[in-house]
Design a protein around this ligand. Structure first.
Ligand code: SF4
Length: 329
């Protein structure tokens, strides 16, 4: 019998499972023991390729509170590698059924924890609020934001990426969060999505140097896939936690025109009822600006499935920004 002591996270389980597979240890011979301070498993001597679907389900199942989940995951993994690569197609298999059950439990528990965290933040005014200096100018806010620990996102990102632009900007654009390039270069909208935005702004005659550009969430949220950092949409609790920063920016700027780029920014500033594809391009008054509207995030253009789709999405972005340009004149 092999006893595996490991920090109870998906990544640490994955590393331990790889090492066990390399050594040919069957599930019946493994005892999984959670230990928060356990060191990572040694590097596996062999490489195993498994269906991405398994990884996705296992990642969700790993978040369930059932202590027996690790053994159940290893059992399915073992059989995928050693018996049937298409095991997940067999929905009648007890191990596969259990994996789906654990994944559903993990999702349910995560949603419940998320709801509780949002309620707590709303009731107690937690998150970034404690880090936002009162009556500070934009430069002071930007400096203070570097120290923010209002949610866990600061932990893995390189730095806080605050808004940029003149303090007297009449037009403010709010995006979702910094991306990989923005996180490295400490500036909003300088990566591929920033290039799309620059082109769209040029097309509608908005001078980027004259506007203020920021994000609803100031730290880059991602998961590591090998060496790549893959963007993750912020959770509602993270948006709520970070909201005091964008509120402080808007309170200092008092723009005439505010444009929310994408669903996350719209959700942060316009509420949960706002539906981007239904309500985009409608100009209305909010407490932030007399002319407020929302449009696609420029990264949505890049995600279009082919050139025609990208052109169509880009057309929507330009159409809405043209409204913003008109409103700002
Ligand atoms: S994402 Fe926002 S609230 Fe969270 S640590 Fe960063 S600045 Fe603070």
């Amino acid at each position: 019998m092999v006893t595996v002591e490991f920090e109870p996270t998906f990544e640490r389980w994955q590393a331990a499972a790889r090492a066990l597979l390399s050594d040919g240890v069957s599930p019946a011979d493994v005892e999984w023991r959670e230990r928060p301070d356990a060191p990572p498993a040694p590097r596996a001597s062999k490489f195993f390729r498994v269906p991405p679907r398994f990884l996705e389900l296992a990642r969700q199942a790993a978040t369930a509170s059932d202590p027996t989940r690790w053994g159940a995951l290893y059992d399915v993994l073992w059989r995928i590698v050693n018996e049937r690569r298409d095991l997940l197609d067999d929905r009648g298999d007890p191990g596969v059924r259990r994996l789906h059950g654990l994944a559903a439990q993990g999702r349910r528990e995560a949603e419940q924890a998320e709801r509780q965290e949002v309620l707590r933040l709303q009731a107690e005014g937690g998150g970034a609020a404690a880090f936002v200096p009162a009556d500070a100018d934009l430069a002071t806010l930007a400096k203070a934001a570097k120290q923010c620990r209002g949610c866990p996102l600061y932990h893995d990102a390189t730095q806080t990426v605050f808004g940029r632009g003149p303090a007297d900007a009449r037009v403010v654009l709010v995006g979702e969060q910094p991306g990989d390039q923005e996180d490295r270069r400490d500036a909003p909208f300088v990566g591929p999505a920033g290039e799309v935005l620059d082109r769209a702004l040029r097309d509608v005659g908005i001078d980027r140097d004259a506007i203020y550009v920021t994000n609803a969430v100031k730290h880059f949220k991602f998961v590591l896939r090998g060496k790549r950092r893959i963007h993750q949409t912020p959770r509602l609790s993270e948006i709520v936690a970070c909201r005091p920063w964008v509120e402080a920016e808007l309170a200092r700027l008092t723009p005439e025109t505010l444009v929310c780029l994408g669903a996350t920014a719209a959700r942060a500033l316009l509420g949960d009822d706002f539906r981007l594809m239904r309500d985009r391009g409608r100009v209305f008054s909010t407490r932030w600006a007399p002319q407020t509207l929302a449009t696609l995030h420029p990264s949505a253009v890049l995600r279009g499935e082919d050139a025609a789709a990208q052109e169509r999405l880009y057309g929507m972005l330009v159409e809405d920004l043209r409204l913003a340009a008109g409103a700002a004149r």
